[in-house]
Design a binder for this molecule. Sequence first.
Ligand code: URA
Length: 209
Amino acid sequence: MGKFQVMDHPLIQHKLTMIRNKDCGTKDFRQIVNEIATLMAFEVSRDMPLEDVDVQTPVAIAHAKQISGKKVAVVPILRAGIGMVDGILDLIPAAKVGHIGMYRDEETFEPHEYFVKLPSDIDQRQVFVVDPMLATGGSAIMAIDALKKRGASSIKFVCLVSAPEGVKALQEAHPDVDIYTAALDDKLSDDGYIIPGLGDAGDRLFGTK
Ligand code: URA
């Protein structure tokens, strides 16, 4: 089973509380989501392999380290996942960015894939799939299905708020995928919202409500 990690760093928890507040407006919501994503990327990238390298400093040769191994691809699930991309790129600026478009059927909550555009070497990359909300897990599972179908094999899922139902479904469907979340909330409502959650992340990010 992959790792399941709730990121309890005080800065992450404090910022998450700010965006849960219904009075947090679009501008602040957008900025803070990116800030949380940056802080999460720091931890999500913790197990990146290092290699030894010699570097000439102005004084002498230093026996130093540099990141080796797979390059990163950040793959937001449209549309709310886009809100986390810039925050991750602040730390990993050379990462490539793919996009997977999913929409939820308003009645059945079933996810449908409508757009997939990925870096051509996705099979060689460490992929961070990002979506602020892990609710039923349907979109995350389908997005990771789409990635694996195209050869991706090293995948981590990063979200802000998760529901136990979604975590369980994602772990069952993709036990090899590590899940990182800033909070594990109580449950899903009958209409598919995470309780207490933060509402519709896409609407709050883009000001569409
Ligand atoms: N998607 C959201 O944006 N919010 C939820 O609470 C659940 C799914």
